[in-house]
Design a protein. Structure first.
Length: 364
């Protein structure tokens, strides 16, 4: 197989993990599974770790140390700097490690929001996943709501609140959106800072926590959708492939961090236990959302099925989890693509795109 004119057997792949984000630990779990599943013999791999303070290191240690968050030490790490076409260890050698492609196994701020993507664009290095603009727009839940509403994609009713601005009161919000509500940061994932709210006291504490995790001064107050959550794995550039649909069954108020990564109080069914008509409607809504947000490479589209069997958009994840229990690889596996083959396909899609210039995609 050829990827951008290079044989896949020797493609020079950088894998970035960690990150200055509340989802640092999620990245470590994802990259551990990723490294244990990838067809390692197909690539010349360079591992690049980012610690919690945002420092970049070339890492030459084992996978277990990443899994247990003991990877950062002088024996296995060398400080490094990005240069045009690759990365340079800051060890006095002035040697550049050239990279054909980077797979950012990062979640949340500084990894899923267009920042690392912009850096790689400037360095003229191909990268897996959505481009700068679609990453930034999809990460910001208010912007996602605005754009998807414009594309006639059904979403939950919401109000956006801003730090250091005059916002509507609890009573004013209640006049527009009936309780209960979901309070969530506009710029965070893995359910950090997300709260189920029934009254004013819960609202005030939830807003404070959501603003903390957002870090950029915006949170959403969303109407609670009566129904259940489903998701669809989507992949592609010009040609879009929709994987299977999964279903989340929860015993609590919402699918929180422990449910996502420790499966506490939650169960995931893939394929979803829905009829064929709803299944196809969900795939189509996921495809339309992917297009509306100008996504490329990959994304997981999360949705709700209401009590009336209406499918409504929840949000997008442009770098979905890649752990052993993660939904994106599970849905692709159900669609016939094994995890290791999925990694190959995502890298191939990255190599097809133009770097250093706007990527034009015309779809119907």
């Amino acid at each position: 197989m050829l990827l951008g004119g290079k044989t896949m057997s020797k493609l020079r792949l950088g894998v970035v993990f960690g990150g200055q984000s509340s989802e640092y630990s999620v990245s470590l779990h994802s990259v551990t599974s990723f490294l244990r599943q990838i067809h390692a013999d197909n690539y010349e791999m360079t591992l690049i770790g980012i610690n919690k303070n945002g420092y970049f290191y070339l890492y030459n240690g084992d996978v277990d140390s990443i899994e247990h968050d003991t990877w950062e030490n002088e024996e296995t790490c060398v400080s490094c700097a990005w240069v045009n076409g690759g990365i340079m260890p800051l060890d006095g050698s002035n040697k550049v490690i050239e990279l054909d492609c980077v797979f950012p196994v990062l979640h949340g701020k500084n990894g899923e929001d267009g920042l690392i993507q912009g850096l790689l664009e400037l360095m003229n290095i191909h990268y897996v996943g959505c481009d700068v603009m679609s990453s930034a727009m999809s990460m910001d839940k208010e912007i996602m709501h605005i754009l998807c509403k414009e594309a006639n994609i059904p979403c939950a009713d919401y109000i956006c609140l801003y730090a250091n601005r005059e916002n509507p009161t609890f009573e004013q919000i209640q006049e527009k959106i009936e309780l209960p509500w979901i309070i969530k940061p506009c710029n965070a994932g893995s359910s950090y800072g997300v709260h189920f709210v029934n009254n004013k006291e819960e609202f005030e504490s939830a807003c404070k926590d959501a603003f903390f995790y957002d870090g950029r001064g915006k949170i959403l107050v969303e109407k609670v959708i009566k129904g259940f959550e489903i998701g669809c794995a989507v992949m592609g550039n010009e040609e879009i492939f929709t994987g299977s649909i999964d279903e989340i069954e929860i015993t609590g108020g919402f699918f929180d961090f422990e449910g996502k990564y420790e499966m506490k109080g939650a169960a995931i069914y893939c394929p979803a236990r829905i009829d064929e008509k709803t299944f196809k409607e969900a795939q189509e809504l996921a495809r339309r959302t992917y297009i509306a947000m100008n996504c490329c490479g990959m994304a997981r589209v999360d949705m709700f099925v209401t009590e009336d069997k209406e499918v409504i958009l929840n949000e997008l994840n442009t770098i979905p989890g890649l752990t052993a229990t993660s939904r994106y690889p599970s849905m692709m596996k159900e669609a016939g693509i094994e995890f290791a083959d999925l990694i190959d396909k995502l890298i191939e899609l990255a190599m097809q795109r133009t770097i250093g210039a706007c990527c034009r995609r015309y779809r119907t």
